[in-house]
Structures are given as structure tokens and as C-alpha cells.
Design a protein around this ligand. Structure first.
Ligand SMILES: [Zn+2]
Length: 130
């Protein structure tokens, strides 16, 4: 059902996600471009079209980056008394850079967790019940 070959030991979803590798074999990259998932694994042939993390990675990135950026604005503005333009500008630049860096990692990790927990089967079963 997972579309991949026979493996003796599946990849850890968290390790595969952090490395942005196939959740089935842990070998080949899952992205063909910045956030574009490949259709299948180049190493084991697992079909990646059956799972999709959707907007989940963006939500987690917003929570993490917001939790870091908001206190930094308060610190720079009211504790260190930076000028307003720099107290807002520095955290905003940090938030953009950190978001762009974290999105592929979070997307690959959520995709790997979906893969490991076979979330796509629950979705398919739910659709078949209708
Ligand atoms: Zn693979």
C-alpha cells in the first residue's frame, strides 16, 4: 500500500524529516525544488503522491518563529531602547529568514510522520465511506 520496496528497517520519521529524505528508505531527497515533493523516491520507488502535509508545516513554523520574534521585538524596543525601525526590522528579517529555512524541514518531517502513521489510508477510508 505504501508503494515502496521491501525494507528490513524503515527510516525514523523524525530523522528522515530533519534530513529531508525519503520517509520509507531514508536515502533519496523528498524535494525536487524548494518545497515541491517528488512524485516518488529515487532510491526505493515509494509513491509520494499518496500523502500531503498541506498547510500543517506553515502553522508550526508560524508558531515557532512567532514565539521567537515577538519577544525579540519587545526586548529590542523596550529593554535595549533600539529605534523603532530597527527594533521591528531586525526581528522581521530574522522571521523571514528563519521561516524560509524551517519550512522544508517541517514539511519533510510532517510528511514523514504522515507516512509512518499511514495517515493517507485513513483519508482514503474516510472518502470511501461517503
Ligand atoms: Zn525511498
Amino acid at each position: 500500500m505504501d508503494g515502496g520496496g521491501v525494507l528490513t528497517r524503515p527510516a525514523s520519521p523524525l530523522w528522515a524529516g530533519l534530513r529531508q529524505r525519503c520517509p520509507h528508505c531514508g536515502e533519496a531527497p523528498v524535494f525536487s525544488a524548494y518545497l515541491r515533493l517528488k512524485a516518488s523516491c529515487g532510491a526505493c520507488g515509494a509513491d509520494f503522491r499518496t500523502a500531503d502535509a498541506g498547510d500543517g508545516p506553515a502553522v508550526f513554523v508560524i508558531l515557532v518563529v512567532g514565539a521567537l520574534a515577538a519577544p525579540l521585538v519587545v526586548l529590542l524596543q523596550f529593554v535595549l531602547h533600539w529605534p523603532a525601525w530597527s527594533a521591528l526590522g531586525v526581528p522581521m528579517m530574522m522571521a523571514v529568514g528563519l521561516s524560509l529555512a524551517l519550512l522544508p524541514i517541517f514539511k519533510a518531517t510532517l510528511f514523514a510522520l504522515q507516512w509512518a502513521h499511514k495517515a493517507r489510508q485513513a483519508l482514503n477510508a474516510d472518502l470511501e465511506d461517503r
